[in-house]
Ligand binder design. Structure first.
Ligand SMILES: Cc1ncc(C[n+]2csc(CCOP(=O)(O)OP(=O)(O)O)c2C)c(N)n1
Ligand SMILES: [Mg+2]
Length: 424
């Protein structure tokens, strides 16, 4: 019942600007000029960074040159390594995507267009800093030299899969690479990263933690409890928010993007925050380096929003043509991270189109060879997987009676349904 002259209450339901078939117009997007953002001292008061939460740190200008105080001044060899790692990540993604379409795996997720947000941080961190990624940071594993064959074994859930087929394809775990097990339950990695960072500080160690989350997942409670703990205890952790503007078919407005930036969450918690052009690998590197130095100096956590665009579908199970305009990708004003770094190296006289093409061909062959190697251990549905009974193992030291019964029942059922089946 409406009271007196008061209007009846109503809710706002966010609606994305562009739907399939719409003409895309990004002219109202505020994109700062490269080089114009100040770089505060790494140990400054958190509040000094807060204007940067509403800005965009950029290093690579329209002329493909690096400019301004955030230029990390990397040498040409390091830049070429960064380019190669991003290109390898892309080549790997392309091959695995096709593998899914060919039935070799049930599932795959690409990070096309977002390679800089994992490869550049991995290069700016120490190799033994602990990372707590989401499912779209395969670039970190590749940058840390994890063998492609191991990644593919996991994707194919074959008999060499170190995780014994227990994780969804792409949910890697690599202890030696200080890469925490990926969880499909969104946002759990955030409080885990803070806990690890606090433990590192309690032990008096010098290693820090870094974690990644999609912008959509910042709506989860775990994001906010992690921020509170990190702020209260000044934990040595870097919070990355990869704002690729989509959470499957939900646009970023549903996580709060219509009100303010994701970097601005840092203001509310009183910690340092930076908003970075996520398609500018040099800006991403510089921001990570800044935050890592800050954390290592006990000056506290930093939230970094990487403003980017998810160039392809959410996963192999998704069809983005159903909910967003195809023009979004074409018109995206911050370009492509691989292309931007390539053009920068060319402008420096340190790279050429011919070298780039040769590298791409070499990387395709490299991934192909790794795929062939992994296929010897089996692909989805071809029977070469871990022995069936192993799914009941590794939790208890001795298999309890109820699991033994379940295991025997499952094996009996298989024998009845598939008489030709042999337990390996
Ligand atoms: C707790 C939880 N809720 C929902 C899902 C289903 N889900 C998987 S990915 C995803 C979208 C996440 O989007 P975002 O955080 O922006 O990351 P992006 O995929 O864009 O990298 C959703 C809703 C889930 N896996 N876990
Ligand atoms: Mg997203």
């Amino acid at each position: 019942m409406a009271r007196g002259n008061l209007p009846s209450l109503s809710l706002h339901v966010p609606e994305p600007k562009f739907r399939p078939g719409d003409k895309v117009d990004y002219s109202d997007l505020a994109i700062s000029r490269a080089g114009e953002q100040p770089r505060p001292d790494e140990q400054c008061e958190a509040s000094e960074t807060h204007p940067l939460c509403l800005d965009l740190v950029r290093v690579l200008g329209d002329d493909d040159r690096a400019i301004g105080p955030w230029d990390p001044r990397l040498d040409a060899d390091t830049l070429r390594r960064m380019l190669r790692t991003m290109a390898l990540t892309r080549a790997f993604d392309d091959r695995m995507y096709r593998g899914q379409r060919q039935g070799k795996t049930s599932f795959y997720m690409k990070c096309t267009g977002e390679e800089a947000t994992s490869v550049a941080p991995a290069m700016a961190l120490a190799d033994d800093d602990m990372v707590f990624p989401s499912y779209r940071q395969q670039g970190i594993l590749i940058a840390r030299g994890y063998p492609l064959v191991e990644m593919i074994n996991q994707i194919y859930s074959n008999r060499a899969d170190k995780l014994k087929g227990r994780q969804l394809p792409i949910m890697y775990s690599a202890r030696e690479q200080s890469f925490f097990t990926i969880s499909g339950n969104l946002a759990t990695q955030y409080p885990q990263a803070v806990g690890w960072a606090m433990a590192s500080a309690i032990k008096g160690d010098s290693r820090i933690a870094a974690t990644w989350i999609g912008e959509g997942s910042t709506a989860e409670g775990d994001f906010h409890s992690a921020m509170t703990f990190a702020a209260v205890y000044n934990a040595p952790v870097i919070f990355n928010v990869v704002n690729n503007q989509w959470a499957i078919s939900s646009f970023s407005g549903f996580a709060g993007a219509e009100r303010t930036t994701f970097a601005a969450r840092a203001i509310g918690y009183g910690i340092a925050g930076l908003r970075v052009d996520g398609n500018d690998p040099l800006a991403v590197f510089a921001a990570t380096q800044w935050a890592a130095n800050r954390a290592r100096a006990n000056a506290g956590p930093t939230l970094i929003e990487h403003f980017t665009y998810r160039a392809e579908g959410h996963s192999t199970s998704d069809d983005p043509t159903q909910y967003r305009s195809a023009q979004e990708r074409e018109e995206w004003p911050l370009g492509d991270p691989v292309n931007r770094l390539k053009k920068h190296l060319v402008a420096l006289g340190e790279w050429s189109d011919e070298q780039h093409e040769a590298m791409d061909r070499e990387l395709v062959d490299l991934v192909k060879a790794a795929t062939k190697e992994a296929e010897k251990n089996g692909i989805l549905g071809h029977g070469l997987h871990h022995p069936f009974h192993t799914m009941f193992e590794d939790v208890f030291e001795e298999l309890p009676w109820h699991l033994r019964e379940q295991s025997e029942q499952a094996i009996r059922e298989r024998r009845i349904k598939w008489p030709e089946w042999k337990e390996s």
